[in-house]
Design a protein around this ligand. Structure first.
Ligand code: F6R
Length: 605
């Protein structure tokens, strides 16, 4: 989705902003633009381009000097991707420049009013409304002009504003779309994602909704949209700039898949208590008495995070014996759900910024519910909105499709399940058994990754398929759902996931030699049932790839994965299917890190 980066200081701003935009490319976008102050005060200089950041870079003239600037990558909402619709948006006098993430809900109404007053719009965007409102304000300060404009705007925004008459500052504001200040030595930055800041500073301030800031080269100030000072203090970002590099891999996806042993080690570190065979989760804010009072658990997330939540619900119900289920957050918030005080709600989000999840959390909080977050990005909106939670510590994930975050989220759920279970009915022996299983995960994941060459050979075969079926039963079903999503996202092969138990209730009609089925067949109490499903497919001449703990006779190929505890097997069974999706997409020549039409973090509805 859209990205913002801005700078004020002494350095030549254009190369710095272009590099920042390149760091934001992973979020998905269709056009880009940049504006810098002209050393001779009174005008701003702007370049915009439909396409990639390198297209913008090619258009930036040699003489484009300036020490203050804002830049943007746009993901079209109002108006098609085009040079004109790209941000920044300037007023006709080239005095005010605005970059904006989010959506102005009342843009049509405001535009009609402005047009009736004689304003001529240069683009079809909602953002241009903000520019004209600021430009027309009679207020004395830039802060006041922005504040006046925001008063009439409904919707979500993260904005950065420059003004040719106030060249010593950039004014920024946040409502529902991330704005992060980067605090440097005699220079200040702003971005919608730490990825664009981290090469310059690790001291950051994350604005809250309803907060604004003024950035000057040697100073920053935060305050609310109604003008009250908030005195935000900088925090240190733990992630390293190097985490955003490809590190010798051809794609971020491959890098992130291969990082999983270390990532899982990180989510476990410091949390296991061998004395009581339990798990300590520092930020949960849930005392044992409260944990015992939970009657239900409802997990909310979108896409891959929803799939992690489905596995999480199984883990919590199985170990803590609390009825638990997961639901897409995007659906939950529109069906006027009954909000129950004895239910623990858990919001899952890799980015911590997904609008559908954030809106569900806000609705729940408004109704008095207790909400925990299972989130990767520290200090993100969902993490801050929740009453407590568990960070998944996967490190930055740059590829648009999630792999290591998914795995770490499921491990975080396993930790939460042990924690709740040991307060309730999980025995010491079972607690110990699961903990030992968790400790085995990094080495077992590595063992699966070491078999990559074999999976690559299989992928060459699957790259020919027009469509694929994924099946799994109970614990295996969310694994099938996630594997099918991964395949369709990056290869664009149509894929369906079904519970294996549902085959004969309909999808069996699809089975024929040209439709391969990937079956999740763990060695657990459901092994025979799963084998029966393989028989049904084979009897209809279907081709089968099994992911199992031993060779499956009925399958054409079996990927054998190491056995862990039954409860933790889904974590391992998903890993070879990430590699299968990856190598299938690679064999088809797809743009793996940036699949078409998708954005990394969906901060609009
Ligand atoms: C798919 C994928 C998406 C995200 C979803 C929610 O590979 O990554 O389905 O999981 O858009 O994003 P987060 O987890 O950031 O809330």
């Amino acid at each position: 989705m859209c990205g913002i980066v801005g700078y004020i200081g002494k350095r030549d701003v254009a190369p710095l902003l272009l590099e920042g935009l390149a760091r934001l490319e992973y979020r998905g976008y269709d056009s880009a633009g940049i504006v810098v102050n002209s050393p001779k005060a009174g005008a701003l200089k702007m370049v915009k381009a439909k396409g990639r950041v390198r297209d913008l870079e090619a258009r930036v003239p040699k003489r484009f000097a300036g020490t203050t600037g804002i830049a943007h990558t746009r993901w079209a909402t109002h108006g098609a991707p085009s040079d004109l619709n790209s941000h920044p948006h300037l007023d006709p006098e080239n005095k005010v420049a605005v970059v904006h993430n989010g959506i102005v809900d009342n843009a049509a109404e405001l535009r009609a009013k402005l047009e009736a007053d004689g304003v001529v719009f240069a683009s079809e965007t909602d953002t241009e409304v903000i520019t004209h409102l600021i430009a027309r304000s009679q207020a004395d300060s830039l802060e006041e002009k922005v504040r006046e404009a925001l008063k009439v705007i409904e919707g979500t925004y993260g904005i950065a504003v420059m003004h040719a008459d106030f060249t010593d500052r950039i004014v920024v504001a946040r409502n529902g779309s991330p704005v992060i200040l980067g605090i440097g030595e005699k220079e200040m930055l702003v971005a919608s994602d730490v990825a664009a800041l981290i090469a310059h500073t690790r001291q950051v301030v994350t604005l809250n909704d309803g907060e604004m800031a003024t950035l000057k080269a040697d100073d920053f100030r935060t305050y609310t949209t109604s003008g009250t000072t908030t005195n935000a203090t900088p925090e240190t970002v733990e992630w390293e700039a190097a985490s955003y590099d490809m590190g010798g891999h051809d794609t971020y996806m491959h890098k992130e898949i291969s990082e999983q042993p270390d990532a899982v080690d990180r989510v476990l570190r410091g949390r296991i208590d061998d004395r009581f065979n339990t798990v300590h989760l520092g930020g949960l804010n849930l005392d044992p008495r409260e944990a015992r009072g939970i009657r239900r658990v409802k997990i909310l997330g979108c896409g891959t995070s929803y799939h992690a939540g489905l596995i999480g619900a199984g883990l919590i119900e199985g170990m803590a014996r609390i009825p638990a289920d997961a639901e897409p957050a995007s659906e939950f918030r529109y069906r006027n759900p009954v909000v129950d005080p004895d239910t623990l709600y858990i919001a899952v989000s890799q980015s911590g910024e997904t609008y559908d999840v954030l809106a569900a959390v806000q609705e729940l909080k408004r109704k008095g519910a207790r909400v925990l977050g299972v989130v990767n990005v520290v200090g993100s909106a969902i993490a801050r909105e929740a009453d407590g939670g568990v960070y998944v510590h996967a490190g930055p994930e740059v590829c648009v499709v999630s792999t290591k975050c998914f795995t770490n989220t499921v491990v975080a759920f396993a930790l939460l399940a042990v924690h709740l279970g040991r307060i309730r009915d999980l025995s010491v022996t079972d607690g110990k058994r699961i903990i030992e299983g968790l400790r085995k995960l990094p080495a077992q994941i590595q063992e699966i990754l070491d078999g990559e060459e074999d999976i690559k050979k299989l992928a060459a075969e699957f790259a020919e398929a027009k469509s694929m079926m994924f099946i799994g039963r109970v614990r295996g079903y969310p694994v099938a759902l996630e594997a099918s999503l991964k395949l369709k996202e990056i290869s664009y092969i149509h894929a369906e996931a079904y519970p294996a138990s549902e085959l004969k209730h309909g999808p069996l009609a699809l089975i024929e030699p040209s439709l391969p089925t990937v079956a999740i067949v763990p060695d657990d109490d459901l092994l025979e049932k799963n084998r029966a499903a393989l028989e049904e497919i084979k009897a209809r001449s279907g081709r089968i790839l099994a992911v199992a703990h031993r060779e499956q006779e009925k399958a054409d190929h079996t990927i054998v994965v190491p056995k862990n505890e039954d409860e933790l097997d889904p974590i391992l069974m998903g890993i070879p299917l990430q590699l299968l999706a990856y190598h299938t997409a690679l064999a088809m020549g797809r743009d793996i890190d940036k699949p078409r039409n998708l954005a990394k973090s969906v901060t609009v509805e």
